[in-house]
Every structure is written in C-alpha cells, then in structure tokens.
Ligand binder design. Structure first.
Ligand SMILES: C[S@@+](CC[C@H](N)C(=O)[O-])C[C@H]1O[C@@H](n2cnc3c(N)ncnc32)[C@H](O)[C@@H]1O
Length: 233
C-alpha cells in the first residue's frame, strides 16, 4: 500500500516507481515495461505542440515528456510540476543543453499558482493519476479545468479500464508496486467519468494501448472558447 493511501494525505506522495529507492530505475523500467516510445509518441501527436503553447505537466517526474515535447517543437513554453525532489532534480539534469523554454517546479499543482504570465492552453498528466488517492485524482482534474485557458485542452495518458488479460497484468505489476487502493479506480474506468463530471465540453479516449503492465489510455478533454462559470470546488 502506498504512503499516500495509508495517510490519506495529498502531501504524502507516491514516488515515480512506488518506492523512493527505485527512482533511479524509473526511466529504464518505463521504457521496458510500458511500450513507452509508442504511447509517448501518440501523446505528443495528439497534443500537437505548437510555437507559443503554454504547456503545464502535472507530475512531470524525471522529465521525459518535456524532452519529447520540446524536441517536437522547441518553441513551446513548458512547466513541469512534481512533489518529488529527486524526480525534479533528475528532470533538470535531463534537459541540460536542450533548446527551449523548459522549467520544473517542485511541489503540488494548484490552479491558484501562476506558472506562466497567462493560463496554460494545454495541460498534460502522464502516469500520475493511477498512483494517487481518489480524492487527489478528483482534485487534480477539477483544478486542471480551473487552470486551463478558454479553448484549452487537458491530456491524460494513464492506465485506464483494464479488461481480460490486461487486468491480470496490471494486478501483477502496477498494483504490486503502487498498491491496490489508489490504482483500482483507474482499472474500473474512473478517469473519463471524473473528466465528464468536471464539466469539460468534450471528453474522448483517443488511444488504448495494451502493454506488459496493463492498458494505457490517452484521454483528451477540451474546454469551449468561452470560459464557463465554475460552480465546482
Ligand atoms: C509514474 S511517475 C510519472 C512521471 C511522468 N509524468 C512520466 O510520464 O514519466 C508519477 C509522478 O507523479 C508524481 N506525483 C505523485 N503524487 C502526485 C500528486 N499528488 N500530484 C502531482 N504529482 C504527483 C510522482 O512524484 C511521480 O514523479
């Protein structure tokens, strides 16, 4: 069971690979076990990074997505936010020498925080929601909607609904590392439901990729051009 689940506190985060000591192995494990090249490329494609984009990455980890996005389009502005000091340090090392406007912020994402001079037009989160408690999944999604510029989009790549053999693979890998409590709602398909109840104007699952650790889905939630009034917390 993860520390976050045990305490129920949003500030007791689960490290990238479930345990602090495993963080140095994170990049290797993700590459070997999740068909990373395929899902990251699909995520970058659907995000279509363009010059001037303000991209906020919630739970940016060791910075791999920042490299993929800025390689695809060096003229984006990117801020990665993550509560794990070791992951942020590794992310900062990874971008040394890379062209572009890339920054990392150690801490929890909040819509109250100003990461850019204007609201982000694209927010992304990859492999984060499956490893946080249900209340934190909901908070991140509601806050992302609040933080997004009008007309903006929220992209999620993460373990979604698990069916058949994929459910067994998910149980024997991700759920062993990250615990059942935080991960089970993802396996039961909670992510699109949370997006829909947070009143995005459209929610679509654009990709479903079977891996050795379970099915990874990509969801795209969009806001209309006019900012809707926000009754949610
Ligand atoms: C599995 S890693 C994914 C990292 C990265 N997004 C990627 O695609 O490789 C999950 C990350 O989420 C971070 N995290 C854990 N709890 C979080 C929370 N409540 N809010 C934001 N990030 C969190 C962890 O520190 C970790 O770096």
């Amino acid at each position: 069971m993860s520390s976050a689940t045990r305490t129920g506190r949003a500030d007791a985060h689960t490290p990238p690979l479930g345990h602090r000591a495993l963080t140095p192995l994170y990049d290797l494990a993700i590459a070997a076990m999740t068909r990373e090249k395929t899902w990251r490329a699909a995520l970058v494609k659907v995000m279509a990074p363009s010059p001037g984009d303000r991209i906020l990455d919630i739970g940016s980890g060791t910075g791999s997505l920042s490299v993929a996005l800025s390689t695809a389009c060096p003229r984006i502005r990117y801020v990665g936010v993550d509560p794990d000091a070791d992951a942020v340090r590794r992310a900062r090392q990874k971008i040394v020498g890379l062209e572009g406007n890339i920054r990392f912020h150690e801490g929890y994402f909040s819509a109250e925080e100003e990461y850019f001079s204007e609201p982000p037009n694209k927010i992304v989160s990859s492999l984060v929601l499956h490893q946080v408690p249900l209340a934190e999944k909901r908070r991140i999604i509601v806050q992302a909607r609040k933080a997004l510029a009008a007309g903006g989009s929220f992209f999620i790549a993460d373990y979604g609904l698990q069916r058949g053999i994929q459910r067994l693979l998910f149980r024997s890998t991700v759920q062993t590392l990250d615990g059942v409590g935080d991960t089970q709602p993802n396996a039961e398909g909670i992510i699109p439901k949370l997006l829909e109840s947070s009143r995005f104007s459209s929610v679509n699952e654009t990709e479903r990729l079977d891996t050795a650790t379970g099915t990874i889905s990509i969801y795209v939630a969009r806001l209309t051009r006019c900012r809707q009034s926000d009754g949610s917390a």
